[in-house]
Design a protein around this ligand. Structure first.
Ligand code: IPM
Ligand code: MG
Length: 361
C-alpha cells in the first residue's frame, strides 16, 4: 500500500535540512518505495501566511498522513507575538492533535565523533541511551494556566501560574512504551521524577513501579531529576532507557544531546498509540545560521530513517540511510558543528549529497 507522508519544513534552517531529507527520499522512491508526499505549513511561516501557527489545512493533512516529517519551527522574528500566535504553539498543537504522547530521543555517540563531545572521550565513547519523554501532558498542557492580577502579601500584583498534572492512564501508557523499548535494548529503565517535592511525580513513580510487574525481564530504577542531570554528565553510560515526563524530558534530552558532540546529529520520533508518528531533529530552527548552507542535515536525515522504521515498516530503507551516514562520517566529511582538525568541512547541501551518494554506492 502507498504510504502518505506529510513534509513540514517550518522555519529557520528547517526548509534547508528538509531539502536534504527529500533527496534521500527520492533515492528510496527511485528504488521502488511507494510514497505519496504532501507539504504543509507550521510555526512562524504559517503565522506569516495564514496568521495561525497551526492552520486547519495542516491539521487535516497531518491527520490523513501515515507519518509527518518536520524540520523545525520558531525564531526571534515571532517572539513578539502573543502566546497563542507563537510558532511553538503550532508544534505543541500538532503533537496534541495527533496524540503523539511518546517521544523517543536516542543519544548515541558515533565512534567517529567521540572527540567532538565537550566531555572526555572515555566518558562518552560507546554511549547509547534512549530518552523516552512523555509529550502531551505535564505542566506543558496543564490547566489552569495564565498570568492574573491577585492579592499576594496584601499587595495587588501579577501572578504567573501553571498546573503540573498527570493522570494514571497517561503515566501508564508511557511506562509501557519505555518498558517495551528497553526489552529491545539492554533491558533497563531508569524512571526520572521529583517525588521528594511533587505529588504528580509521586504518582509517576507509583505507576511505573506497578507497571514494572508486567515486565519482569526489565530492571526498573528510579532517580530524582536533579541527580539524573548530574549523573548524565558524570557517567552517562550507566543508563539504558531514561523515562520521564514532558518538562524534565525536554531539559534532560538537550543535556544528553551534547554528550554526543552535537545536537545536530540527533533524530527523534513522536508516536501515538498506533505507531503513527511525527519525526523531527532534536535541534531547533537555528535562525542565526539559517539560509547560509551551514546547518548539519544529519539529524533530519536520521529522523527520516526513524520514520521509515517506526511508521512505514521499511527497516531495510532505514538501515540503508543509517549506513550511508556512517560511511559519510568515515570519509571525514563534517559540517561546522562537528568539524575538527584534519576533517573536511562541508555545507548542508554537500553533506546531503554525500549521504545520497553513499546510499547509491
Ligand atoms: C523540544 C522543544 C519544544 C518543547 C519547544 C520548541 C516547544 O524544546 O521539542 O524539545 O519544549 O517541547
Ligand atoms: Mg527542547
Amino acid at each position: 500500500m502507498v504510504k502518505k507522508i506529510l513534509l513540514i519544513g517550518g522555519d529557520g534552517i528547517g526548509p534547508e535540512i528538509m531539502a536534504e531529507a527529500v533527496k534521500v527520499l527520492a533515492v528510496l522512491r527511485g528504488d521502488g518505495l511507494a510514497l505519496e508526499i504532501d507539504e504543509a505549513l507550521l510555526g512562524g511561516c504559517a503565522v506569516d501566511a495564514e496568521n495561525n501557527p497551526f492552520p486547519e489545512a495542516t491539521k487535516t493533512k497531518a491527520l490523513a498522513a501515515d507519518a509527518v516529517l518536520l524540520g523545525a519551527v520558531g525564531g526571534p522574528k515571532w517572539d513578539v507575538l502573543p502566546r497563542e500566535k507563537r510558532p511553538e504553539k503550532g508544534l505543541l498543537g500538532i503533537r496534541k492533535a495527533l496524540n503523539l504522547f511518546a517521544n523517543l530521543r536516542p543519544a548515541a555517540v558515533y565512534p567517529q565523533l567521540a572527540e567532538a563531545s565537550t566531555l572526555k572521550s572515555e566518558i562518552v565513547a560507546g554511549l547509547d541511551i534512549l530518552i523516552v519523554r512523555e509529550l502531551t501532558g505535564d505542566i506543558y498542557f496543564g490547566e489552569p494556566r495564565g498570568i492574573d492580577m491577585r492579592t499576594v502579601n496584601g499587595k495587588q500584583q501579577r501572578v504567573g501560574f501553571n498546573t503540573m498534572i498527570y493522570s494514571e492512564e497517561e503515566i501508564r501508557r508511557i511506562a509501557k512504551v519505555a518498558f517495551e523499548a528497553a526489552r529491545k535494548r539492554n533491558k533497563r529503565v531508569c524512571s526520572v521524577d521529583k517525588m521528594n517535592v511533587l505529588e504528580t511525580t509521586q504518582l509517576w513513580r507509583d505507576v511505573f513501579t506497578e507497571e514494572a510487574k508486567h515486565y519482569p525481564d526489565v530492571e526498573l530504577s528510579h532517580m530524582l531529576v536533579d541527580n539524573a542531570a548530574m549523573q548524565l554528565i558524570r557517567n552517562p553510560k550507566q543508563f539504558d532507557v531514561i523515562a520521564t515526563g514532558n518538562i524534565f524530558g525536554d531539559i534532560l534530552s538537550d543535556e544528553a544531546s551534547m554528550l554526543t558532540g552535537s545536537i545536530g546529529m540527533l533524530p527523534s520520533a513522536s508516536l501515538d498509540e498506533n505507531g503513527k508518528g511525527m519525526y523531527e531533529p532534536c535541534h531547533g530552527s537555528a535562525p542565526d545560521i539559517a539560509g547560509r548552507d551551514l546547518a548539519n542535515p544529519l539529524a533530519m536525515i536520521l529522523s527520516t530513517a526513524m520514520m521509515l522504521r517506526y511508521s512505514l515498516q521499511s527497516e531495510a530503507a532505514a538501515q540503508c540511510i543509517e549506513k550511508a551516514v556512517v560511511k559519510v562520517l568515515d570519509s571525514g566529511l563534517r559540517t561546522a558543528d562537528i568539524w575538527e582538525e584534519g576533517m573536511t568541512k562541508v555545507g548542508t547541501k554537500e553533506m546531503g549529497n554525500a549521504v545520497v551518494q553513499a546510499m547509491r554506492g
